[in-house]
Design a protein around this ligand. Sequence first.
Ligand code: NAP
Length: 340
Amino acid sequence: MSQVNKQILLAARPDGEASAAHFKLAESPLPQNVSDGQVLVRHHYLSLDPYMRGRMSEAKSYAQPHPLGTPMIGGTAGEVVLSNHASFKPGDKVVGMGGWQQYSVVDAAQPGVLRKVDATRIPLSAYLGAVGMPGVTAWYGLVKICEPKAGQTIVVSAASGAVGSAVGQLAKARGCRAVGIAGGAEKCRYVVDELGFDACVDYKAHADPKSLYLALKEATQQGVDGHFENAGNPTVGGGVARMNAFGRVAVCGMISGYDGQPIPLAHPQLILQSRLRVEGFIVSEHMEVWPEALRELGAGVAAGTLRYRETVAQGIEAAPEAFLGLLKGKNFGKQLVKLV
Ligand SMILES: NC(=O)c1ccc[n+]([C@@H]2O[C@H](COP(=O)([O-])OP(=O)(O)OC[C@H]3O[C@@H](n4cnc5c(N)ncnc54)[C@H](OP(=O)(O)O)[C@@H]3O)[C@@H](O)[C@H]2O)c1
């Protein structure tokens, strides 16, 4: 077994755009045994997620800022290598919040901190994407807020990504018309041809709001009943403008503003005029839906009917650059770091 555990620490808080200077590579000695109730996990995959940008900052948010000088927070999927807990044995595949490091010691007696998973039916990495937090996020925002009914139209931004790709496919499975918004022709092609959405609008090809609105209008001729927002600017404005009366807007993410950029909403009066329900949510505050959501998502991935794509960076040293790329849309599908 290795003697060291490589980690990426949060070194400083960004004021504006996050950069590599806000992270620091460190090494700590790897424990060679674990105490009662503990488990040592070797991480195979680290999940990189947009919420991490919020934790780097001290700005008001739903969660505490991540402490400086400690490994960045992050979901991990890996394998038990040492165990002093009756429910886990070496070789078990597990998912937890091990952070940006190669190994973590987990107090497995705490409920919910480490979950055993079956990597024979579902690839281990999918438990960080379609069958993990992003998949449940898609499920919650779609099912509980957009409340899709067969024949209705659902629009989702960042449509090729971890959350967006699942939103459209879950909507299609409920008999809806699914329309994506994504950055670039290649992402849009994938969303329609591989994921089976009915249409996809490339917002980068429509620089002015009027042009984006007209492209969305063309793709949503019956109007929009549910809008699932992942990006913020410029997609939220066009989306709200196409809503039918009593439409539902699930505000899931606003990634275009995570470095502090403003996100203007051109016509907020439409919320009133169209009598919209606009609701933000945080998936970790709805643990009650996770089992039901994970059953549907897991069955879909195992059957090959719920598809996803991954962008995989290699090695813990690559995590900061991959994360900064995610904040600029350089990822294509779920962003992971492979650690073994
Ligand atoms: N509320 C919750 O509980 C919850 C949970 C998970 C995720 N989220 C949110 O859901 C959204 C999607 O997350 P994800 O994990 O699925 O990420 P993702 O979609 O896999 O990756 C992020 C995507 O956002 C788009 N993007 C990046 N920078 C942008 C910018 N400056 N302006 C516009 N779009 C930009 C890019 O897609 P394009 O190239 O297509 O623009 C990029 O590929 C994020 O906003 C995230 O914060 C919320």
